[in-house]
Design a protein around this ligand. Structure first.
Ligand code: ATM
Length: 244
């Protein structure tokens, strides 16, 4: 049975190095697909051809050395394209969209991490994407030491020893402490949307916790949708009665 959600549903995953976002996103996507939902998995920076070229400028750092505020503007240019070309159309089709990172990453990395004033980032956000937010955000929380060790091990497996040393040495523990605290502050200020999850649990336990939370949110959404539909029906019936 195909399930279609009226207005769609948008979930984002956030977290620092080694928090296990990618594994959790693919497990959640598979579980929801098995239940008949249409799923779109995407990521930031990226998600569109335009956004992917901005990703290679910023993440692979092969496009020059951008000032932090210029970086924020590029991130929001990519995000606007992502919302208009991918996220909103998929939601209009009734899909569940799952994004590996979204706006909270900019506040956490460029704001809390690199020290740009949070209000300046919020002003750029308001100008470009307005109040658009995910319905639900998972913040996979892990102490930076464990997270960095995990991602170091993963990089050794993926690329062999040599290349990993550079990247690992670049990672600065204080930066990651600020990043973690930033995510926790964002979550505290928007508890309706954000769920902080202990990412040190084993993969399956983490998946179960995330899936339960998504099930609860989807149930709430469909109760609201059904309520809206029945209200609309009642209004239509009373309009018809009024005309008689
Ligand atoms: P992933 O490795 O999770 O795909 O993230 C790519 C990088 O982009 C990540 N950096 N590291 N290390 C976080 C960074 N990033 C930002 O700095 N700001 C943003 O707004 C986004 C979406 C990502």
């Amino acid at each position: 049975m195909m399930r279609c959600l009226n207005g769609g549903f948008f979930i984002s995953f956030e977290g620092g190095e080694g928090s296990g976002k990618t594994t959790q996103i693919s497990q959640l996507a598979e579980a929801l697909k098995a239940e008949g939902y249409s799923i779109v998995v995407t990521r930031e920076p990226g998600g569109t051809p335009e956004g992917e070229s901005i990703r290679s400028v910023l993440v692979q750092r092969d496009g020059g050395d951008w000032l932090p505020m210029a970086e924020v503007m590029l991130l929001y240019a990519a995000r606007l394209m992502h919302i208009e070309k991918v996220i909103k159309p998929a939601m209009e089709d009734g899909c569940i969209v799952i994004s590996d990172r979204f706006s909270d990453s900019t506040l956490a990395y460029q704001g809390y991490g690199h020290g740009l004033p949070l209000d300046n980032i919020r002003a750029i956000e308001a100008l470009t994407i307005g109040a658009f937010k995910p319905n639900l955000t998972f913040m996979l929380d892990i102490d930076p030491k464990t997270g960095l060790m995990r991602s170091h091990k993963q990089l050794i497996v993926e690329t062999g020893n040599k290349q990993t040393e550079d990247r690992f040495e670049r990672l600065n523990k204080k930066f990651h402490d600020r990043l973690r605290q930033g995510y926790l502050n964002i979550a505290k200020s928007d508890m309706e949307r954000c769920r902080v999850i202990n990412a040190k649990q084993d993969i399956d336990a983490l998946h179960r916790q995330i899936k339960n939370s998504v099930d609860t949110a989807l149930k709430k959404q469909s109760i609201v949708e059904n309520f809206k539909t029945s209200l609309q029906q009642e209004v239509r019936i009373s309009e018809i009665d009024g005309k008689r």
